[in-house]
Design a protein around this ligand. Structure first.
Ligand code: PLP
Length: 374
């Protein structure tokens, strides 16, 4: 009811699609948990945000130290150096690249550059939360396709494309389920989806795939100009706090995305660190090895506890614990932060980030105690 008596609310100035947005809930921060529990931050174990338990790439840290003296300058808004490194590494032209303040930024740039309120976008049930958020921020129609065995059902996704569909988001591997679609399946999907529909392939966890499953997709863009690949330095490269990611796309798609990008969306330290981290092959190999061993340790632990889990291709694993909210609270009281994923339609599961062997052991012991208290 409008009228002189209706109290004015600033919130009403926002369009209905923005008012309806349920904000993204990140993993609980270490400092906040330490304050609430009255214990030291060093005693908190955070396995909630798929961060790298090894810390940042050492070569990135060294590069950052060398770059501190020029922080009074704006960063290079064109990202020339980082694009040169990526272009060599991926075998694409700098014109194929869009840099983002995290790959989250890249996902939002695609939505902002191409979607209008009269369009729709397709994504899977249990898919990464940023897709619905990006679509809703525009006021476009979201089409969520039921998952198959927790994973992305590419046939159903292709069938869900409508005349008004502009974007399909696919995470491979997906977060929070860790499920993976074979690249041949993704290739067949690209053949099926009309060329007027952008396919955004989110490969945030691609570095964790074993050699035999490594992503070939940047090389597919010439054949599929509607393909946009997004990747991040937040996970295997250990630079989540700096915020840097990138998109690989057809030059025309990249050019349009760059138009809606903030001129200095990636900061100088992030770009300098990314250039160094991308060449830090020893660190990436170590991250991959620690992750593979940690996943095996967690799987064995879950099997010992008789818990069902979703086999994961990422740096996290999702396990069915029953009353997840209660188990989460119990773990928190022991200073172990994991991620409840009821917001992803999985109220009986918890997602845990793979840690170092001692982290995984501490988590499994705490989980065992939490389950006994059920
Ligand atoms: C599937 C997926 N895509 C993208 C991101 C965004 O990461 P960032 O913005 O740190 O690159 C995440 C982060 O958790 C993710 O899980």
């Amino acid at each position: 009811m409008d009228g002189p008596d209706k109290p004015f609310s600033i919130r009403d100035l926002a369009p209905p699609n923005v008012r309806a947005i349920a904000p993204y809930v990140p993993g609980k921060p270490i400092a906040e948990t330490a304050r609430e529990l009255g214990i030291a931050e060093a005693d908190i174990l955070k396995m909630a945000s798929n961060e790298n338990p090894l810390g940042p790439s050492p070569r990135a840290l060294e590069a950052i130290r060398g770059a501190l003296g020029v922080l009074h300058y704006y960063p290079d808004g064109s990202g020339y150096e980082l694009k040169a490194v990526l272009s060599r590494k991926l075998g694409v032209a700098p014109e194929n690249l869009v840099l983002g303040n995290g790959s989250n930024d890249v996902l939002e740039l695609v939505a902002r550059a191409f979607l209008t309120p009269s369009d729709s976008a397709v994504y899977s049930q249990h898919a990464f939360m940023v897709y619905p958020l990006a679509v809703q921020a525009i006021g476009a129609k979201a089409i969520e396709v039921p998952a198959r065995g927790y994973g992305t059902d590419l046939e159903a996704m292709a069938a869900a494309v409508r005349p008004d569909t502009k974007i399909v988001f696919v995470a491979n591997p997906n977060n929070p389920t860790g499920t993976f679609n074979a690249w041949e399946e993704i290739g067949a999907f690209l053949e099926r989806v009309p060329r007027r529909v952008l396919v955004v392939l989110d490969e945030a966890y691609g570095e964790y795939l074993p050699d035999a499953l490594r992503s070939p997709t940047p090389g597919w863009i010439a054949r599929h100009p509607n393909l946009v690949v997004s990747r991040t330095l937040s996970k295997a490269y250990g630079l989540a706090g700096l915020r840097v990611g990138y998109g690989v796309a057809h030059p025309e798609a990249a050019e349009v995305m760059n138009r809606v990008r903030q001129p200095f969306n990636v900061n100088h330290l992030a770009m300098v660190a990314a250039c160094a981290a991308l060449e830090d092959h020893a660190f990436i190999e170590k991250s991959r090895a620690v992750n593979a061993a940690g996943l095996a340790q967690l799987r064995e632990g879950f099997e010992r506890l008789g818990l069902e889990y979703i086999p994961s291709h990422g740096n996290f694993i999702t396990v069915r614990v029953g009353e997840a909210a209660r188990v989460y609270g119990q773990l928190l009281r022991e200073g172990v932060i994991v991620r409840p994923i009821a917001g992803y339609g999985l109220p009986e599961h918890l997602r845990v980030t793979v840690g170092l062997p001692e982290h995984n052991a501490r988590f499994l012991a705490a989980l065992e105690r939490a389950l006994r208290k059920a």
